[in-house]
Design a protein. Structure first.
Length: 595
């Protein structure tokens, strides 16, 4: 047996009484809280195309126990265990990823069963297969990671509020994300990845196949950053480095866009026509990229399907294909600390199907990552209202065609959900689809998006935004190769998020627009008021009894104007005065009870 670090392995009798004399189990990882611990077992020698099907006809799980708590984690077939490097399609390695949320000694027990369709049939006990029944233990210490690494922050969890919270440092999360390209994983260096029929306009207007390479970001790859297969992956890793350096903390990506989807270049299976067998080397390479996202503080926004293919698995039902797809995604990727499952882009499944999907994912996912769904602007009430209060659903993923409606729509769903089960409400796509967020070369100031989307969402108690790139511009929603094309938008977004995180108890504040004469207001317990003025001006605010200081913030530059703060004395309606400069531009004023 092999051990890693402070790991101790005990091989015991299997559940069927068979003594496993030569079980080979490797426990790997940094053995720290919130960091991936991987159990790799020697099991049946098989391959991606073998019978029995290693994905469908075997079921590996491991139960991790500490202090009376037990966490059941699904496992997966891993070919030769190093498929990202070898592109192997066969081998005898079977694997479980686990994220410990406590220090100390954890014990584990493996369950490994074989039977027809057993992976998606919990009622099927199947037959015991070595290493069924093997047990072991390992010791976990505190994490030595530092922010922005998400493993320093812990699992990003729904905690019954309008904002998600990291479990370790208790920091509340505001999304500052990239919504484009949606086919982020349609990348040339991933095994088995190619354009199956989607075409994009070339520079001369000719149609041509397209696949991502992210060549402008190869220069952003750094020594010590991951690659695979002798240097592949530098473009996509460099792109993530660049995004993280600009404060981007979320990336939206499809894991399935064939069968009618737009890009037709992303799928987890061994071929575009296969739905029950997975590409081990491709998914191991995805894992390298996702782990780098962890280290750079970027949340995984996993879009499991799009409108064009949401009937592609089991004709839209929760059948064998869909269950196996969800199981593989959860088994391979649920260990990432910051992750949101999205049931689909512009989703057209039935309400019962959505509920079935969410329940199935929630029962599989050991970490209860948040679940959301994206839909058309004219379908909000039809899709979202029946989901209010449901325990397996944490929020809408808003697509808003008319940016003038962002504040009111965000506020609507924050308020409606607060009466039952609070949602985190994000804007994940803006229209028109042909425009979205334009390149800096076309719209350097991004006034409309900054005012009517970014600040409109945050000032309504929303949880942040991801930026969609319109299809009539270079570097768009399917062809983006250079994220520097929107560098100014990343800066403006970072200014807003940092302002909220550093200056406001935003998770405890509620929209209070009625107490100001213009603009939008967030307030907490008559103690802190933040007023955003899209067009500047001299607002009046209704204040309670007490003394209050007034300070200004410039959302266009990220600068605080901390000259001698003005003081106001309540109660009553009073003017906060003019902005310190450029009074017709957008400003934020913070009114705080004096100590």
């Amino acid at each position: 047996m092999r051990t890693t670090g402070a790991v101790v392995i005990m091989v015991l009798l299997s559940a069927c009484g068979m003594h496993i004399a030569h079980a080979d189990i490797n426990v790997s990882g940094e053995m720290e809280k919130w960091y991936r611990v991987t159990l790799t077992f020697d099991g049946p020698q098989t391959s991606e195309d073998a019978m029995p099907n290693p994905f469908l006809d075997y079921r590996l799980t491991a139960t991790f126990t500490k202090g009376g708590r037990s966490i059941v984690v699904p496992g997966f077939y891993a070919a030769d265990g190093i498929a990202a490097e070898t592109s192997a399609t066969g081998g005898n390695k079977w694997r479980v990823h686990f994220v410990p949320d406590e220090t100390g000694i954890w014990t584990w027990r493996a369950s490994f069963r074989q039977g027809a369709g057993i992976a998606v049939d919990d009622a099927n006990d199947g037959a015991s297969v070595p290493p069924d029944g093997v047990t072991g233990r390992f010791e976990i210490t505190e994490s030595d990671k530092k922010p922005p690494d998400n493993r320093a922050r812990g699992i990003l969890r729904y905690v019954g509020k309008n904002h998600l919270q990291f479990a370790q440092n208790k920091e509340y999360f505001l999304k500052a994300g990239a919504d484009s390209p949606e086919n982020f994983l349609g990348y040339a260096d991933f095994d088995g990845t190619f354009d199956t029929g989607a075409y994009d306009q070339g520079d001369e207007g000719a149609e041509q196949p397209f696949i991502h390479r992210y060549e402008p970001h190869v220069k952003d790859w750094g020594q010590g950053d991951p690659t695979w297969k002798a240097g592949q992956g530098k473009g996509i890793i460099g792109a993530l480095n660049y995004l993280s350096s600009k404060g981007v903390n979320s990336v939206y990506f499809l894991t399935y866009n064939i069968d009618g989807g737009d890009g037709k270049d992303v799928w987890p299976w061994t071929s575009p026509t296969e739905k029950l067998r997975f590409d081990c080397s491709k998914l191991d390479q995805w894992e390298i990229v996702f782990s780098h996202m962890d280290s750079r503080g970027i949340m995984l926004h996993v879009i499991t399907q799009e409108q064009e293919n949401d009937q592609g698995l089991d004709k839209g039902e929760l059948g064998v294909q869909r269950k196996l797809y969800y199981r593989e995604l959860v088994a391979r990727f649920a260990h990432h600390p910051a992750l949101v499952w999205n049931l689909g882009e512009e989703n057209t499944n039935t309400q019962q199907q959505r509920l079935d999907f969410a329940r199935f994912i929630r029962n599989l996912d050991p970490y209860d990552h948040p679940i959301v769904v994206h839909t058309f602007p004219d379908q909000y009430d039809k899709v979202y209202k029946p989901l209010l209060g449901k325990e397996d659903f944490e929020g809408p993923s808003l697509q808003i065609g008319d940016v003038n409606k962002v504040h009111s729509e965000t506020l609507k769903w924050v308020k409606l959900s607060s009466a039952q089960r609070k949602w985190f409400v994000c804007v994940d796509e803006i229209g028109p689809a042909s425009i979205g967020v334009q390149p800096d070369a076309n719209d350097y100031r991004h006034d409309e998006v900054r005012k009517k989307v970014l600040w409109a969402n945050l000032m309504a108690g929303g949880a942040g935004c991801e930026w969609y790139f319109g299809y009539t511009f270079p570097n768009n929603d399917r062809t983006c190769e250079d994220f520097r094309s929107r560098e100014r938008m990343w800066d403006l977004t970072r200014y807003a998020v940092e302002f909220f995180q550093e200056n406001l108890p935003f998770s405890e504040m509620t929209a209070s627009d009625k107490i100001v004469s213009c603009g939008w207001c967030l307030a907490r317990a008559n103690a802190v008021f933040a007023v955003y003025l899209p067009e500047g001006g001299t607002p009046e605010i209704e204040l309670p009894q007490g003394r209050f200081t007034v300070r200004w913030f410039n959302p266009r530059t990220g600068e605080h104007k901390n000259t001698q703060p003005k003081e106001l004395a309540g109660p009553g309606k009073m003017s906060v005065g003019e902005p310190p400069e450029e009074p017709d531009k957008d400003w934020v004023v913070v009114i705080r009870r004096a100590k």
